[in-house]
Design a protein around this ligand. Structure first.
Ligand code: FES
Length: 95
């Protein structure tokens, strides 16, 4: 049970754009959004890092998300993603 972390071979790279700052981050196939933003020096809350607890919930401003978590209702999913597991179906996600 729980959202399985996808294997890198199932992933495609994409770009995360931070709406407030305009900063852009490339998310490679073997890293999560959370990992890339932390490596860039951002302090971000997390707990389970498997898509179940909701601690890393982040506002989704644009792009088509690939929700890989079990948390959130359909309505909430339209505006939020869990950055510990979710990826993008589009080339870019704006957060
Ligand atoms: Fe628990 Fe992301 S850290 S859902």
């Amino acid at each position: 049970f729980g959202a399985a972390r996808a294997r890198p071979e199932d992933n495609t790279p994409f770009t995360v754009v931070l709406a407030k700052s305009g900063e852009r981050y490339e998310i490679p196939v073997d890293k999560t959004i959370l990992e890339v933003l932390r490596a860039a020096g951002r302090t971000l809350p997390s707990s389970c890092e498997s898509g179940t607890c909701g601690t890393c919930k982040t506002r989704l401003v644009g792009g088509e998300p690939d929700h890989r978590h079990l948390a959130l209702s359909e309505q909430e999913r339209a505006r939020n993603i869990m950055i510990c597991v979710s990826r993008a179906k589009s080339d870019e996600l704006v957060l």
